[in-house]
Design a protein around this ligand. Structure first.
Ligand code: NAD
Ligand code: WQD
Length: 356
C-alpha cells in the first residue's frame, strides 16, 4: 500500500531550493512523488523572485518539472493559497536560517524566521487538514554530548549554546505539543549530523554565500583556489589527532532518509512523533577530512592550526541504528564519495550556481 500511495502523494517542500531541499526534491521526483517547492530565496541563487537556479538544475537532473512558489513561511495568506491550490498530502519542512554565528548577532531574526515561521506553517497545515510533517532538525539539539555515539534518547535542549540550535530544539518541542493536542498529527523529527557532498551529477551542491562557515565548503574552496588556506579550529581536543571530530553524511544519503521517513509516517499504525538520527555512525577529524579531500582532488590543501572556535565541541557522532531498524535506512556513501562529489560540484561550478 505504501507503493500505491507513493505515486499519488503530493509533498510540499519548504526551503526546497536550499542545499538539503534540492537534493531531497531530486529523490522525491525519482520516486514518483509530486513536489510543490516553496522558498523565499533568502539563501539560494535566483533572479529576483524567479525559480531558483538550484530547482532548474533539479529539473535538468530528473527531466521532471518542479512547481515552485516564492512564498515566505511567515506569510500565512500566501501559504494558505498554496494549500488551496494543491491537494497536499505531507510537508517536508526545511525552510530556516542556519548560520550559527549570525544567529548570535541577530537572534530575534532567527527566532522569528525559524520558530515563528514554523508555527505559522503548522497552523496553516492544520487549518487545511494536512497533519503529516517531516522536520529538519539537527544534532545540535543534543548540545555537548554526554555520551558517544549519540542515541535519540540523549537529552535535548540542555547546552544548546547558540540561538540557531535553540530554534531547532524549540520547534521540536512545539511539534511534540501539537501531537499531544491532536492525535491526527504524524511527525518525524530528523536530526542531521554533518551533511556534505553533492549530487553525483555535479549539477547541484552546497553554495554558501560569502565566506563558508562549514568545513567541507571551506576545504573545497581552498582546493579550487578561491581561498588561500583553511584555518583548523583547535588542535588540542581529546581526539585522534587533536582536531574536532564529526559525523559527516553524504547529502544524497540524507535526502533518501527523508523518503524513508515519509514512508514510515504513511504506515497506518504510525502515530504522534518520533525522532531519528541521520548520520553514518562514524566520526572523522578535521585533518582526516583534509587528507581525504586532498587525495581525491589531487590538490594540496593549505592549512594552519589556530585557536578553538567558540561554542565548538570536541567530538560528535551518531548512533544510527534506530533509523536502520525503523526507517530501513542506512548511509551507503563513504568519505571518499563525499569528497569526490563535493570536488566534482566545486570544479564544475567554481562560483556555485552563479557560474551558470
Ligand atoms: P539552506 O539555507 O541551503 O536551505 C534553506 C532554504 O530555506 C533556503 O533556500 C532559504 O532561502 C529558505 N528559507 C529560509 N527562510 C525562509 C522563509 N522564511 N520562507 C521560505 N523559505 C525560507 O540550508 P540547508 O543546509 O539546506 O538546511 C535545510 C534545513 O536543514 C534547515 O532547516 C537547517 O537548519 C537544517 N539543517 C541543516 C544542516 C546543515 O549542516 N546543512 C544540519 C542540520 C540541520
Ligand atoms: C566541523 C568541524 C570545526 C570550519 C555546524 C552547526 C550545526 C549543523 C552543522 C545545522 C569542527 C572545524 C570548521 C573551518 C575548521 N548545522 N572547522 N575550520 O560545527 O559540526 O556543525 O553545521 O544544524 O548546528 O553547528 O560543522 O562544518 O562548521 O565544523 O577547523 O573553517 O570543522 O571546528 O570541528 P559543525 P562545521
Amino acid at each position: 500500500s505504501v507503493e500505491k500511495m507513493k505515486g499519488n502523494s503530493t509533498i510540499l517542500v519548504t526551503g526546497g531550493a536550499g542545499y538539503v531541499g534540492s537534493h531531497t526534491v531530486v529523490e522525491l521526483l525519482k520516486n514518483n512523488y509530486t513536489v510543490i517547492a516553496i522558498d523565499n530565496n533568502v539563501n539560494c541563487y535566483a533572479t529576483g523572485k524567479d525559480k531558483p537556479e538550484s530547482l532548474k538544475r533539479v529539473e535538468k537532473i530528473t527531466g521532471e518539472s518542479v512547481t515552485y512558489y516564492n512564498v515566505d513561511i511567515r506569510d500565512k495568506e500566501a501559504l494558505d493559497k498554496v494549500f488551496k491550490l494543491h491537494k497536499i498530502d505531507s510537508v517536508i519542512h526545511f525552510a530556516a536560517l542556519k548560520a550559527v554565528g549570525e544567529s548570535v548577532q541577530i537572534p530575534l531574526t532567527y527566532y522569528q524566521n525559524n520558530v515563528g515561521g514554523s508555527s505559522t506553517l503548522f497552523e496553516v497545515m492544520a487549518k487545511n487538514g494536512v497533519k503529516k510533517l517531516v522536520f529538519s532538525s539537527s544534532a545540535t539539539v543534543y548540545g555537548t554530548p554526554q555520551f558517544l555515539p549519540i542515541t535519540e534518547k540523549h537529552p535535548t535542549g540542555q547546552g544548546c549554546t547558540n540561538p540557531y540550535g535553540k530554534t531547532k530544539y524549540f520547534v521540536e518541542e512545539i511539534l511534540k505539543d501539537v501531537c499531544t493536542s491532536d492525535s491526527d498529527w504524524k511527525v518525524v523529527l530528523l536530526r542531521y549530523f554533518n551533511p556534505v557532498g553533492a549530487h553525483e551529477s555535479g549539477l547541484i551542491g552546497e553554495d554558501p554565500s560569502g565566506i563558508p562557515n562549514n568545513l567541507m565548503p571551506y576545504i573545497s574552496q581552498v582546493a579550487v583556489g578561491r581561498r588561500e588556506k583553511l584555518q583548523v579550529f583547535g588542535s588540542d581536543y581529546p581526539t585522534v589527532d587533536g582536531t574536532g571530530v564529526r559525523d559527516y553524511i553524504h547529502i544524497s544519503d540524507l535526502a533518501i532518509g527523508h523518503l524513508k521517513a515519509l514512508e514510515r509516517m504513511l504506515q497506518p499504525h504510525y502515530t504522534s512523533w518520533k525522532a531519528y538520527n541521520l548520520g553514518t555512525g562514524r566520526g572523522y577529524s578535521v585533518l582526516e577530512m583534509v587528507k581525504a579531500f586532498s587525495e581525491v582532488s589531487g590538490r594540496q590543501i593549505k592549512y594552519e592550526l589556530v585557536e578553538r572556535r567558540e561554542g565548538d565541541i570536541a567530538a560528535c557522532y551518531a548512533d544510527a541504528s534506530l533509523a536502520r531498524a525503523e526507517l530501513n535506512w542506512t548511509a551507503t556513501r563513504d568519505i571518499k564519495a563525499m569528497c569526490r562529489d563535493t570536488w566534482n560540484w566545486q570544479k564544475k561550478n567554481p562560483k556555485g550556481f552563479q557560474t551558470s
